[in-house]
Design a protein around this ligand. Structure first.
Ligand code: F6R
Ligand code: MG
Ligand code: MG
Length: 364
């Protein structure tokens, strides 16, 4: 019977501003998860935070999209919002976009990445948690992990990876999906995923075995709400070793400070900085965007870990690079390409300013 690893996450209130999560909210999450494990609903579970987002990592046998798991997560976020309100935390309940839960957390605000898998005798996985960025932020790193032989040596020299991977890509605006097979459709794939504001990689599958290699949350908050409500701050799960990239091949894409959207007010590009849990508290210009990687061995559904994978001096150079890129981009102030293009910005005064100035524009 397949087992499921669900990561469901939400920003239910920041401490201070949008920079981090208050320990009391995180503790409430841990208590509720402990109760759910004791009751037998979950096999095992952990709560962690990256910036102002709470990530629930839940191992269970209910399958993906299970109402019992989604409802539990929703109730936990509602209870956490009460704590956030009591402490007057910033933006309490900001990602809870509907008044009441109605069967599935998708479309209700929180993000979800759920992996259904047959547990291998040894099952290493990495759970990625991001803050201050959007759903497509994993496109480039996933491409490198699963399709770029200069990143993943196994694509060239390891038999179980040599047939390549297929990518399920979601058009987050039109709500459509497509599967593209690599390596032969790499150029077609890149036409789509090179535009991460519209196309996001949802799932990657090993073509030889049919096993799911990775899943990510592609929920776009602004499209769900029809207006800006916060950043997507996505999650992803990646299986490692054997028929999948090795742990080191999964982490290698993050040795470059990729430029992603989500810096200040969700309206600026900034470098994605891989950090340890202890440094996952974006403060400078509400950023730079952060990424945490938690490694687990799954043993009969139990989460053995985490290992804080970016807590490693070999990522010091990329952190320095991210700071240098942030310095350079910040010098542009309100100019593109630091500021997002007009129709992508989460905040804008353009309609009001355009209306105010409308009779001052003259034909020329
Ligand atoms: C939040 C974020 C922040 C906020 C900014 C303004 O995820 O990206 O940069 O957008 O702090 O927040 P408000 O409008 O709530 O004052
Ligand atoms: Mg926030
Ligand atoms: Mg956040």
């Amino acid at each position: 019977m397949p087992r499921t690893l669900s990561v469901i996450k939400a920003d239910i209130g920041g401490f201070v501003g949008h920079s981090a999560m208050h320990p009391e909210v995180e503790e409430l999450g841990r208590e509720r998860l402990r109760d759910a494990v004791e009751s037998g609903m979950l096999i095992d579970a952990q709560a962690h935070s990256c910036g102002d987002d709470l990530f629930l990592i839940m191992s269970h046998d209910h399958g993906q999209d299970a109402e019992v798991v989604h409802h539990f997560a929703w109730d936990l976020f509602v209870a956490g919002t009460e704590v956030a309100k009591k402490l007057h935390l910033y933006g309490a309940g900001q990602d809870l976009l509907v008044d009441a839960f109605s069967g599935n957390i998708k479309g209700a605000g929180p993000g979800s990445a759920e992996l259904e898998y047959e547990e291998r005798p040894s099952e290493p996985v990495i759970v990625f948690m991001a803050d201050k960025t959007s759903a497509g932020a994993f496109n480039l790193p996933f491409y490198k992990m699963f399709a770029d032989p200069f990143n993943t040596a196994g694509l060239v020299i390891a038999e179980p990876l040599h047939s390549g991977f297929s990518f399920e890509v979601h058009d987050v605006k039109e709500h459509k999906k497509i599967v593209l097979n690599c390596p032969e459709e790499i150029y077609d794939l890149l036409v789509f995923i090179g535009s991460p504001a519209r196309y996001a990689i949802k799932r990657v599958v090993n073509r030889a075995t049919g096993e799911i290699a990775s899943v990510s949350s592609t929920d776009k908050l602004s499209l769900i709400a029809g207006r800006y409500v916060g950043k997507d701050d996505p999650a992803a799960i990646v299986r490692c070793q054997g028929a999948f990239p090795a742990v080191g091949e999964v982490l290698e894409p993050f040795t470059t400070a990729w430029i992603v959207e989500g810096f200040m007010r969700g309206s600026h590009y900034g470098p994605l900085m891989p950090v340890s849990l202890g440094d996952a508290h974006p403060a400078r210009f509400d950023g730079p965007p952060r990424l945490v990687a938690l490694g687990f061995q799954i043993a009969d559904g139990k989460l053995i870990g985490p290992r804080d994978m970016f807590d490693d001096p070999s990522f010091n150079n990329v952190r320095q690079e991210a700071n240098d890129v942030a310095d350079q981009l910040r010098k542009h102030g309100p100019f593109e390409p630091h500021r997002l293009p007009l129709d992508e910005m989460e905040y804008t005064t353009m309609p009001a300013v355009a209306a105010k100035m409308s009779d001052r524009w003259a034909e020329m």
